[in-house]
Design a protein around this ligand. Sequence first.
Ligand code: ADE
Ligand code: ZN
Ligand code: ZN
Length: 260
Amino acid sequence: MKTRYIVLLLLLTISIKGFSITEDWGKTGHRVTGEIADNYLTKKAKRNIAELLKGQGLAFVSIYADEIKSDDRYRAYSPWHYVNFSFDKKYGEDTPSERGDLVQAIQKCIEVLKNETSSKDDKEFHLKMLVHFIGDLHQPLHVGRGEDKGGNDIQVRWFNDGSNLHRVWDTGMIDYYKMSYTELASNTDELSLAEVEAIEKGDVLDWVYESQSLAKKVYASANVGEKLSYKYMYNHFPTVRSQLQKGGIRLAKVLNDIFG
Ligand code: ADE
Ligand code: ZN
Ligand code: ZN
């Protein structure tokens, strides 16, 4: 009887793990980006955003787009979290997905927010989505290869657990670091004004290509079945921190353009 329970429990655990909804940067990563962005908003943008979000902060709303994945009514938004296109082509050279992708998602959110005839509810929804998507854009494997679903199909070991390359970059490294989102957001690298301006430069597509070039390095960083642990953390966590910081600064830039 006891063994039966154990087997049942084991099967249940495996099935929950197997079908779990992916969480992109994970809660901590998305919140870090939102929290950092908050520090770079103009006063006017802050006021307008607080009114739309009814006082909820950017860190708080940053995971809304993942939360609604549990609701079938929002299923159409699932492909909006990533954009996969050939590494030797520009975005749009191959016809972009009709189901939408991360680039189209960000364009749509900005369009709704800039449109004076959009309802408040519509603006609130697309603002929450935008906060999340600018975060996703900075996870290199969200600008990945379609054939392996941005590294989701590349199985690796993460310390002693089964994982995949995508998950290591979404959550593995951030969770292993064991800092809260506020700690990570207040321990960013100090940047000069010129460095901040360099990060702010360009547009969404420039940032997509930057992530894609990081994605190429990420794919080269591990072999299928490899055990990744301390050394991988040491080599790649600086990139995670830098991407979260860039995501925050650029999110603020996009929001200041809309609301500032
Ligand atoms: N599913 C398919 N491609 C993906 C990607 N690049 N990131 C996250 N989920 C995906
Ligand atoms: Zn992801
Ligand atoms: Zn996402």
